[in-house]
Design a protein around this ligand. Sequence first.
Ligand code: MN
Ligand code: MN
Length: 456
Amino acid sequence: MYKKNAWNKYNENELKSLFDFCDDYKDFISECKTERECVTYTINLIEKLGYKNITSFKDIKPGDKLYAINKNKNIAIFNIGKKPIVDGINILGAHIDSPRIDIKQNPLYESDGFALLDGHYYGGIIKYQWVTIRLAIHGVVCKKDGSTVNVVIGENPNDPVFVITDLLPHLGSEKLNKTGAKVVEGEDLDITVGSIGLKDIEKESVKNNILKILNEKYNISDEDFISAEFEIVPEGKARDLGFDKSMILGYGHDDRVCAYTSLRAIIDSSDCCKTVCAYLVDKEEIGSVGATGAHSLWFQNTLAELINLQNKNYNDLLLRRTLSNSFMLSSDVSAGYDPLYKSVFEKNNACFLGSGLTFNKYTGARGKSGCNDAMPEFMAKIRKIMDDNKVNYQTAELGKVDAGGGGTIAYIMGNQNMNVIDAGVPVLSMHAPQEVVSKADVYEAYLGYMAFIKEA
Ligand code: MN
Ligand code: MN
């Protein structure tokens, strides 16, 4: 089912399951706006289904369902198959970090009667898109006593929200002559958080009032910001988009749409011949670096633990063979063709909303720089699996050859000698506060991922 619009193929029952699936997905992205929230949600969901933490296993056998967590920001979920792990794993790898505005370590200041938090953007954002929209604060404060306070402010209708202000057009003549990249700059992304001063204080009375509120309501002190991780994200729930409700408008489709569909593909599949895995990872938007990014050794360490649980005389060769024998879909979103911005796409090699799961054989920039160029042998296997299972799929490049570029975690796993290809959902307005996906593509991604883990 290559390059065909998926909406035409569904019968009434299929349409119902598609819309039900997308309602579950909307709940997921409405609730999970940080990596940690995605991990917590996933644990709650899968424990109800009988998945157990890998640390509680002495050995593993076919049919076992388990998960491993890394620093509350990565999770890998496994269904143990009938074949030995060393024969290879079928992996769906998605990222659960999304572009946003973090706050600095010393963020709270007062200026001309306002209290503000000094922001520092995370990931590749178009900065002018993030002003004058309702923002919420999601995150944690890690206290010196070892405790962690979870914070979500702005999602409950009774909560206050926050904003980054912008200049009125009447006074914007100089600003509007700037280039798009400069019209709102990094240091302009400060969040307004209050304006009432404490009566009996002369200096920084508004800032001190905010600190008083933070202390009373959330048990947070000024210095606690040093060990806090606050993510400033768009407020509110994901919503149906269009008269026909065919699309979803929401924050963080990149890449939680592929994370959720990958997760559901694993938990909704049983009796796979091989061991199958959903690997949900952090830090993709800033280069997959650090202990919780895809470059971390954590995933390999986890596979080593699994092999050891299955095969008591573990040795390094078994891990290396497992990696080489594994197949992976780097489940990440693709740039959907936007009729308002035709000029940056090459239509024959663009993906369209509604035409299904999108495979990017390569991403990268200019002459494919930095990409994982998937093997045609692997591509042929994928074509067969998609067609045999009547999954709508398409292939795409990330826009015109010299228009820009981007990357995913594909090459990182490719470097470990796995066969990897990017496969995800087309998105409009990628990295904007509200992104757009088609419900048909969300559903086809889920079906395509299930087919892949069963048959690859
Ligand atoms: Mn992505
Ligand atoms: Mn991205």
